[in-house]
Design a protein around this ligand. Sequence first.
Ligand code: ZN
Ligand code: ZN
Length: 378
Amino acid sequence: MTEKDYYELLEVSKDASGDEIKKAFRRLAMKYHPDRNPGDKEAEIRFKEINEAYEVLKDEQKRAAYDRYGHQAFQGGMGGGNPFGGGFGFNAEDLSDIFSNMFSDFMGGGRTQSRNGPIRGADLSYNLEISLEEAFSGTEKEIKIKTTETCETCHGNGTADGKEAPVCDMCKGSGKVRRQQGGFFVFETVCPQCKGEGRVVKDKCKDCGGQGVIRVEKSLKVKIPSGIENNVRMRISGAGEAGKRGGAKGDLYVFISIKDHKLYERDGKDLYTAIPISMACAALGGKLEIPGIDGQKVEVSVPAGTQTGSKLRVKNAGMSIMNTEKRGDLYVILKVITPTNLTPRQKELLEEFRSLSGDDDCQPEIKTFLDKIKDLFK
Ligand SMILES: [Zn+2]
Ligand SMILES: [Zn+2]
C-alpha cells in the first residue's frame, strides 16, 4: 500500500465529485498503463497507486473513512478497527472493457490464455469531442484510427507458406520455461526460443514480418444518438485490433465529450442561459429572441416588472432526451443592465422619473425592509 495522498495521486481536489474522480482515474490509468510504458518500473508503480487510490475514492463509504482517518482506515488487523478489510484489487471492472486483453497479462493470474491458442485483438480507445448542437440533434462522425488487420497473405499465421507455425518444442507451446537455480529455487521465465509466443515461425511472411497482422489506418463512421450525455463511452464491438491465430477482434471505445457552449449550459435534459435585458424592458415588459439549440428562434416574453435574476421557463426548448421524441426545458435567467453614458435627454427623463417616485427612490422597498428587521432591535 502506498503512503501517498489518494487525492494527490488522482490529481483531484478533496471535494471532487465522483464523476471527476472517475474521469481523472481513466485519464491517468491510460497514461501509466504498463502496456503503454513497457519496462518502465515507475509507471507500473504509479499505475498500481492510481488503482489503489481509485479503489477507495470511488466508494463513498471508503472515501468517507479515508477522509476521516487517512490511510489508517485501511490498515487491516490493527485493533480490528478496519471495517473494510481485504486487500486492494485492481479496478478490473472499470478497466476491463478498455484493456481487457492487456490486462490478463499484467495481472498475471486469473484468465491467462494458452499462449499458442487464439489471442483476442487489443481494444482501442478514441476521444471524440462534439458540439452541444451535435449532441442535441445526433450526428455521424467519421474518425480515423490506427489499428491492425489480419495479414491476408499468411492468414494471420505469420509464416511464409501461410500455414500454422509449429508449436515451440522448448516450452511445448506454453511460452514459459522453468529453470532450477541453486538446487532449490524454480524460476519461471519467458521461453527464449519462441519469446513467449508458444509457436516458432521459421520462415516469416514478408508482408507482415511474421506478426500475422499489419498496421493500418482505418476510417469509420460513428453514429451518435441525439440527447447523448457528456463523458459517455460508446463501445463499437469488433472495431479494435485484429486477433491473432484466429482470435476475435478487439473493441473500440469512443469517449464522447461535449464542448462548452457560448450561450447554453446543460443540466441533463435542461438548458440554462443568462440573457442581459435593458432596464426599460425589465420595467415595462417586452419580447426577447434567443437562438435555440435546434437552430430555431426562441421567443421569450419578459413580463413588466421583471427583477434581475428572474428565471423564465420555456417548455420543450431544452435538450433532446435520448431514445425519445421529448425535450427538456430552457431556463432563461434575466440580468437587468443599468444604462450608462446617458444622453442629456435620457438623463432629464430619468430625473423626472425619480422626482415622480418620491424621496425613497434609491431604496424603493425601504419601508418593508425596515419592517422586516425591526424585530432585531427590540
Ligand atoms: Zn503475413
Ligand atoms: Zn517456446
